[in-house]
Design a protein around this ligand. Sequence first.
Ligand SMILES: [Zn+2]
Length: 380
Amino acid sequence: MAKVDKSVRGWGSPSRYFQGPNLMRELPKFTGIYGNNAYAIIDQFFYESMTKQLKEDFEKAGASMNTAVFNSEVTAERVQLAADEAAKYKPDVVVAIGGGKTIDTTKAVADILKIPLIVAPTSASTDAPTIALSVMYSEEGEHLCARLYNKNPDVVLMDSQIIADAPARFLVAGMADALSTVFEARANGRSDSNNYISGGYRRTRTGVAVAEACYDELLRNGVGALKAAEKHVVSEALEIIIEVNSLMSGLGVENNGCSGSHSICEGISILPEDKKTFHGEKVGFGVICQLVAENASEELLDEVLGFCIAVGIPVTLEDLFIENTPENIRAIAKHSMKSYWDTEPFFIDEDAVCGAITAADALGQMYKEMLDGKPAYCRR
Ligand SMILES: [Zn+2]
């Protein structure tokens, strides 16, 4: 059990958060707070179209914008190279435009160059936009560690139309990541473990309240948001879930901590099948494993599994394209022990994690059969 090692409470968050349709077109207004010379690191998928649009918008605003493409892994060497490249332009502010890995790389660049950071995600698939850390990988894509920063992004800009235009699967992955927030917060609260603020402090009531609200809003708006995302339109439910996936989930995890759900996700990174699914999708299955390990009530399992199946969050190994074999389950469990199981309020070892994965998979299978043809949200 990772108990708190100081009585001081800590809270962290981005300085500013803005969300709305077509907000990206207003980027020069936000970078202008820090100076006239901006630099953006852009996901390869958006690079060409976004660079063209930014050049026009910045020219109109009488400011300068240089861009670089992101198309690789988040490794220590690569973030240093990205920082060296950015430094050539002497930017006043750096902007991340893309998904989790683009954002994590740009956070490292801002930290190395000690310049302000604006994060403008192109999907709501993780809670990376708000949090003051980058998840670092090996060249082979294996999760290595978290690189912690002493401050959060200065501005987070969520363009809800760009997010609505993205495939709905991204939003579902973000909901799965957000689903873990409350259960990991509760586990950390029960074991009184350090949160992630500057190396670890005791959690605030604000942090706990955000994690609880994150879960309530997911249940209330998840299905409605998914329907809007499938049609690529912005609705009130979608706006709420964009906030849930990005701001609430980000604040919730950073101010409380991770536990079993993210341990399972990181355990899966040892398998080659890891590449077939998004971070949140693996975390979603991890939530079921964590709840089984904690012996959660049938009522809670019913609620969580019903929600997962209604929106399409993976609840079995098969959903993650992983074959249910003793070898695969052992490999996930073994690798997961390197992560956050020590923040659960009870002793748990590799054998118990194997049991939790096996039972969670069977439970997920049972619920899928039970709810076949009957969307779970209709039953609530
Ligand atoms: Zn996560």
